[in-house]
Structures are given as C-alpha cells and as structure tokens.
Design a binder for this molecule. Sequence first.
Ligand SMILES: NC(=O)C1=CN([C@@H]2O[C@H](COP(=O)(O)OP(=O)(O)OC[C@H]3O[C@@H](n4cnc5c(N)ncnc54)[C@H](O)[C@@H]3O)[C@@H](O)[C@H]2O)C=CC1
Ligand SMILES: O=C(O)C(=O)Cc1ccc(O)cc1
Length: 368
Amino acid sequence: MNGHVFVIGLGLIGGSLALCIKKEHPDATIMGYDVSEKQSQLGKMLGVIDEIIDEIPKGAARADLILIATPVKEVERIIELLCDVPLKDNVIISDAGSTKLEIVKKAACLKEKGITFIGGHPMAGSHKSGVTAAKSILFENAFYLLTPEKDTRIEDVEKLQDWLMGTKARFLQVMPEEHDYITGVISHFPHVIAASLVHQAEKTSLKQNLITRLAAGGFRDITRIASSSPEMWRDISLHNKAVLIELLQEWQNEMDKVTQMLQEEQEVEIYEYFFQAKRFRDEMPIKEKGAIPAFYDLFVDIPDYPGIISEITGYLAKENISLTNIRIREAREGIYGVLDISFQTEEDREKAEQCIKCYTNYETSMGL
Ligand SMILES: NC(=O)C1=CN([C@@H]2O[C@H](COP(=O)(O)OP(=O)(O)OC[C@H]3O[C@@H](n4cnc5c(N)ncnc54)[C@H](O)[C@@H]3O)[C@@H](O)[C@H]2O)C=CC1
Ligand SMILES: O=C(O)C(=O)Cc1ccc(O)cc1
C-alpha cells in the first residue's frame, strides 16, 4: 500500500509496528513522533521511521493511518487532541494500548467527526522498552486483538489489517469489555502478582541478605515481567482497575484457603491444589506466541573469567546455532555474571539450552 503512516510513540511497540509496515509496504512513508526527542532521533537513525515529526497536528494532517503506541493514559490525551485538529476524511486511527474500554470510549469524539477509530492490541511484547528494542518479527503468529464497533465499516477493518499485514499476527475481533477482562486475567493481574513477589523479596531481604543472592530459577522466571516500564503498568492498572480489584478479591479468598490448608496440614487438598494447577497449565498452548514474549532470550549464569563469552559462543557455533545478540547483564558478587543471549526463534533458544547443558554445567533460564 502507498500512503502516509503516522506512528505516535516510538517505543518497543510503535517502533516494531513501524518496521512491520515498512517491510510489507516499502512505498509507504512512515512519519514518527515521540515526546522524547531521543527516541525520535534514534528511530530515524535506526531506519524505523522515514521522517521525524515535531508536533502531532503536523503529522496527523498528512496521515492515511495513525497508530498511537504510547502508555494508555497518553493514548487518551492524544485522541482528545486528534479530535480537535484537521485530519484527512478517510484516515484510519488505531492504537496499540493494553487496555481498550477507556480508549474506545474516548474515541467517541472521533466518531462524531466521521473519523474511523479501531482499537488494537498486539498481544506480544516484552519487558524491554524503547525503540532500540523494536523488531519486525515481534508479533509473528501472535494474536492481534481489534475492537471495532458494530457500525465500523468492514472495509476499514480490512484496510487496517492490510496495513498491519507485515506483523504476520493473527487478528481477532473482541468487544472492549471482553478484551479488558481477558487481558486482566492473563496479563495485568499476573503483573501485579509479579511486582508483589519482588516487593516481598525486597522486604524480607532486609532481614536476610541471602535472599537476593539466592533468588534464581523459578523466582526469576515468575518475576521477569516486573522489570517492565512502571509508567506503562501504572496506566494499565488504572484503566483496568475494576477488573483488577475483582481479581484481587478472588485471589485473597484463595490465599485464605491456602493458609487454612497449611494450618490444618490438609495433605490431600494441598496436593490437589498443585496437581490441578499443573494439569491446567500443561494443557495451555503456552508455547504459542501471545502467551510468551517474542524475545527469545536465554540467560546463562557464567563464572567471571577471561574467554568465557568466546567459550559459550564457540559451543553454539559448533552446533550451528545462530544468535542475534549477546551481552553480560549483571555481575553478582564479582563471581558470577549473567550472559543474555538472544535468538531469532524459540527453536534456536531451545537448541542453545540443550547445547549449553551438554557442554557445560552452567545454569540456564528463560527469564531474568
Ligand atoms: N511492552 C509490551 O510488551 C506491550 C505494550 N503494549 C502497549 O503498547 C503501548 C506502548 O508500549 P511500549 O512500546 O512497550 O512502551 P515504550 O516505553 O517502549 O514506548 C512508549 C513510547 O511512548 C512515548 N510517549 C509517552 N508519552 C507520549 C506522548 N504523549 N506523545 C508521544 N510519545 C509519547 C515514550 O517516550 C516512549 O518512547 C502501551 O500502551 C502498552 O500498554 C501492547 C502490547 C505489548
Ligand atoms: O513480557 C511479557 O511477557 C508480556 O506479557 C508483554 C506484554 C505486555 C503488555 C501487553 O499488553 C502484552 C504483552
């Protein structure tokens, strides 16, 4: 397709969407605006966008497609602004926010002006932020939820999907309320729990300093998402507070039951609690994209001695496994470091894990 695409918010998601659109529609002009000049400059330097826009109205007036990929409270403010500026009659506006109900409500002013707004949410991403983390394969095979209204023209939904074809995502239409409940359960609530586990570890580590040093494996996996942008998650939590409060109440009731099972040493019930959780989780299509992040990173605990990186990359090369990036993430107590190796596919990551297990005794994990 030919035309002007205006991406507002050049972070992980906005940058990745821009790359996907450029790949599929090389004749399109991608304009980008970010409140942070640094992100805009980086976006241009990395070839994520063709043109930097310095004020939203300037880009909006020329756009055939506007994609808003800022934190969700900012999405609302930007929609308000777009309601008051000149736009092309046939422009399509969409967003990538993790919540939909408040955003779709806010977009009523666009509808009054005869402008098409279709809520969107690509269900893949990561705890990383910023345009430098953007990549065109981020959404491949992931679900991409759209929330058109009953009277949204089918041609407009199709046009939006055509623009977004390069994501190679699977589009699915849902109602905004339904969207916020589902993502509340599978994404927003787990985020609150991950943050709470980290808080608990921090508090307890004041009394017992071995806690942070020994926190690895399961703790690392279950809390990886707590390293995501606090600004983004503040906004998501406020937008979806009704769902989150309901889920927190249910969770507290369940934790009361677990407390009771432990106090009364109810062996059978405790076994069942873990068994039923394992059964349901094992049946979930959790390996599919959308359920897990699209960054195929493998973390390897490595001893701190010269030549360790070339030793590991040597093993991977021997097995013909290509990596896309490698860096040391942290050094612990001057003894261990964590090597963060990124791969193009899940298959490569799994092969690498086997390879490192085969050649070394170093511990590996999928999340930091
Ligand atoms: N990170 C993830 O895995 C996913 C995030 N989302 C949603 O996508 C949106 C963007 O998230 P990320 O790209 O991860 O965040 P990010 O932090 O990487 O990027 C957000 C960008 O928006 C910019 N920004 C903030 N306010 C702005 C404003 N008023 N005008 C212009 N730019 C502004 C920031 O400077 C930043 O560069 C959020 O709404 C988030 O809920 C959706 C799917 C996955
Ligand atoms: O990092 C992860 O595992 C994520 O779950 C990323 C993510 C964050 C927010 C979304 O709305 C969708 C996906």
